[in-house]
Structures are given as C-alpha cells and as structure tokens.
Design a protein around this ligand. Structure first.
Ligand code: NDP
Length: 450
C-alpha cells in the first residue's frame, strides 16, 4: 500500500527503507507515524531545519550479540540477542525484551520506534528502546530458560543501568525470566541496582500492579473513550485476542467493569465462551501449566467452543481488543468485525492491526485507538516501579492503580486535545502520534545535534 505522506516526508521514508532493507515491520511503524506528521511539519519548520525526523528514525545505538547456552541434554544451542537503544531525549532508554522465534532486527526496531512515542505519551521521563532474542521458551525447562537468560545477560549487562537503559518483559518474558535476568545482572555487577530492570517480583523490588498494568491500562483507556461518548463498558460484549499477560489482565479489568468477554486465543486457535470467559480457569491453565486455550475449552465443557486456526475476529463483539502480536488483525478480520457490528478496536498489543485493516475500520465507522496510547500503562507502571526503587519505597496496590488510571486518563485526553488542535477531531491515531512526536522533538531540539 502506498504511504499517504506529506511530500516533504517522502525522502525521509525512502531513506528509512533504503537504510534498513527487508525490515518490513520497522518500515510499517515509521510509515504509520509519518502519515500523521503532515500538519506538524507545516506548522513547525524548525523540526525539518534540525533534521529531527530523520534523526528520530535512526536508533542511537543497536547492539546484536551471540547467546550460546547448553540445554538439558548437554547440547550447545545458539541464539541471537538484540537491544536497540532508540532514543534517550526524554530519559534513560526504556522498553521490554521479547523472546520469540520470530524476533529479528526489524521487529526489535519497530517495537523500539513505537516505544519512543508511547513513553513520551506517559508524561514520565523515559526514552525508548526494545530488545530480545529469537530464543523460543516454549517447551523449555526452567533450568534451560535460566541458562539462556544468564547467557543473554552476560553480554547485555554492560549496556544497562538505571540512568542508561532499563529493560522489562514482553512476549515470552514474564516474571520468571526477569528474575533470572536480574539475578545474573546482580551477580556480575555486584550491585543490587533495582532500577535496572522492571517487572520484578514484589518481594525483591517489584511494583504492585506492574503485572496487571498493560491489560488494566488498555481497559482504562477504552473506558475513557466510551465515557467521552457518554457510554460505558457495562454489558458490552468484548473479544480479546491472545491469552498472555496483556490479554488476561485486560479480560480481568473488563469483567470487573461489567463487560462480557466472550473469546480469547493463542497462536493455535481461539475459544468462544458465550457465558463469559472463566478467568480463574484461564489463569490456572496459562500461568500454572503454560497450557493452551484448547485446554480451556475441554476443561470448561458446555458453554465453551474451541476453533483450531481460523480468525478470532469472526466472533461477534461490540469491542475488540487485539492483545497478542503484530499484524494479527488484517483486512479480512476488519471486514468481519464491521459486518458483526463492532464499534471500537483498541490495541492492547503493539501494532496488531495492519494499515489496510485500520483504513477499513475507520471507513466502516469503527472507533480505533492505537497501541502506543492504549497499551502505555505497562511502561508507565514500569516507570512507577523505577520511582519506587529510587526512593526505596513501595506503594499499595490501590495507590498504584489510581496512578495508572490517572496516567491513562491523561494520555486519552492528550490524544483527543492534540487531534483537535491539528484538525482531526476524535482521531486517536493522529493525536497519539503528534502528541508523542512533538514532546520528543522539542527535547531533541533543546539538546542540540547529538
Ligand atoms: P505473552 O507472551 O504473555 O502473551 C502473548 C500472547 O500472544 C500469547 O497468547 C501468544 O500465544 C500470543 N501470540 C504470540 N505470538 C503470536 C502469533 N505469532 N500469532 C498468534 N498469537 C500469538 O505476551 P504479552 O501479553 O506480554 O504481549 C502481548 C502483546 O502486548 C505484544 O504485542 C507486546 O509487545 C504487547 N505489550 C506488552 C506489554 C507488557 O507489559 N507485557 C506492554 C505493552 C505492549 P502462544 O502462547 O500460542 O504463543
């Protein structure tokens, strides 16, 4: 699909494509932001004069390293590790680590690029980064995951620090992995530097609500958006893709606000449960045994139906929350959602909706809210974890959740105000991209050509 870019931005985009060949997800993420920036470059020639946009599209530092480790059978395995430290104009680099076989430089760059604007939107002092590995934790023993994490950190530690770069989790990296990573960091450096990693356990420097934050924040954003139209989640039929960290806590918060969540999924298929997803059962299967949603259907019996393969977007729902992975909601999925009366899509995952699907949803009258605003509650709560670590304090669940809710409210309002200011009232994509961009761009101008 041809980018709809302001003519002055076409050479910038062409340069990104030429300098980063084959990195299609990164091109897609850049295109999506640049498409919103036409009115900004018209109003602020100073950004072009200082080449702010070109500089923003080039990571400050890209680290690629070898990760050798030994499996339980004594065989030596080899993976590749990445950390892209994209932009530190607003604070130390901040962004998660993803362990998934699909990880390569283009995925890490797309995630790191998105992270810059997302982190800016939180209003907290954090720059943007992302990292990970093509390691697949699925089917690996705890001991294998530990040895992998230790090897990964043995290289990465030299690039980290609470004032430099602070990773967290993402797909395939949860509390277990953060524990092994932090343990190795502490061992190598001989420093208990809690503020170097977020997503830690509650008894060793973690924050209340960090586990729940991305999913809860997603639903807080949806509530704000519905509230702006005088509506609420009460009684709404909701479809959530994925069944990992983000999906589970999005389901939990949506249910607590009175929604009926009828479907969730994993990469093998999806489950529909018209009586509403039994979250205790789902958590037991996923967290306890790292099981599949097919297990949910067989254990739940009666009301639940499992569909292998297929598209979860065929399940009718008024609100759809893609919470699994990039490009999981395509044009056909969007057409199904529209045909089934969906009214809002809010991205819990990063870039889960393809550009063609976004266009189809907007043309079909479906409200659309992008991940960099909707799922920013995760990184925002990571920044709250850093605050607690810096002050050697720990806050209550209630207080931390209230802070999260406030941050999501402010992100929501800032998106709407910015969209209005730049002539696209109600457009969350334009609002999120411009509000995030201008904050980082102004800091880059102030800091000079560095
Ligand atoms: P998890 O690893 O906990 O869960 C990921 C879920 O997505 C699993 O159900 C997984 O199914 C499914 N999934 C992964 N890859 C694919 C694929 N290729 N096709 C279909 N389904 C897939 O990750 P998170 O919940 O942490 O992350 C989900 C999304 O949210 C990602 O886009 C992530 O970047 C984003 N995000 C996460 C944040 C966080 O705090 N964790 C913060 C902000 C954004 P299976 O088990 O079959 O692989």
């Amino acid at each position: 699909m041809m980018p709809l870019l302001d003519p002055s931005l076409i050479p910038v985009f062409d340069e990104v494509v030429a300098r980063n060949p084959g990195e299609t997800e990164f091109h897609q993420a850049v295109q999506e932001v640049l498409e919103s920036l036409g009115p900004v470059v018209a109003k602020h020639p100073e950004y072009a004069d200082a080449e702010v946009i070109r500089r923003l599209c080039e990571p400050e530092r890209q680290i690629i390293f070898r990760v050798p480790w030994t499996d339980d059978a004594g065989r030596v395995n080899l993976n590749r590790g990445f950390r892209v430290e994209f932009n530190s104009a607003l604070g130390p680099y901040k962004g998660g680590l993803r362990f998934h076989p699909s990880v390569y430089l283009g995925i890490v760059k797309f995630l790191g690029f998105e992270q810059i604007f997302k982190n800016a939107l939180t209003g907290l002092p954090i720059g943007g980064a992302k990292g990970g590995s093509d390691f697949d934790p699925k089917g690996r023993s705890d001991a294998e995951v530990m040895r992998f994490c230790q090897s990964f950190m043995t290289e990465l530690y030299r690039h980290l620090g609470e004032y430099t770069d602070v990773p967290a989790g993402d797909i395939g990296v949860g509390g277990r992995e953060i524990g092994y990573l932090f343990g190795q960091y502490k061992r190598i450096t001989n420093r208990y530097e809690s503020g170097t990693l977020t997503g830690k356990g509650l008894s060793w420097g973690g924050s209340q609500v960090r586990t729940e934050a991305t999913g809860y924040g997603t639903v807080f954003f949806v509530s704000e958006a519905l509230g702006a139209a005088g509506e609420s989640l009460e009684g709404r039929r909701v479809v959530v893709s994925g069944s990992g960290n983000v999906a589970i806590y999005a389901i939990e918060k949506a249910q607590s606000l009175g929604a009926l969540v009828v479907a969730c999924s994993d990469s093998d298929g999806y489950v529909v449960d018209d009586a509403g997803i039994d979250l205790d059962l789902l958590k037991e299967i996923k967290n306890g045994h790292r099981g599949r949603v097919s297990d949910y259907a067989s254990r739940r019996g009666g009301t639940a139906r499992y569909v292998a393969g297929g598209s979860i977007w065929d399940v009718p729902g008024e609100i759809a929350l893609p919470c699994a992975t990039q490009n999981e909601l395509d044009e056909a999925g969007a057409a199904s959602l529209i045909a089934n009366g969906c009214r809002m899509v809010a991205e819990g995952a990063n870039m889960p909706t393809t550009p063609a699907a976004i266009r189809a949803l907007r043309e079909g009258g479906v409200a659309f809210a992008p991940g960099k605003a909707v799922n920013a509650g995760g990184v925002a709560t990571s920044a709250l974890e850093m605050q607690q670590n810096a002050s050697r304090d720990s806050w209550t669940f209630e207080y931390t959740e209230e802070r999260l809710a406030e941050i999501m409210r402010s992100i929501h309002d800032r998106c709407l105000e910015t969209a209005e200011e730049y002539g696209s009232p109600g457009d969350y994509v334009v609002g999120a991209n411009i509000a995030g961009f201008t904050q980082v761009a102004d800091a880059m101008l102030a800091l000079g050509v560095i």
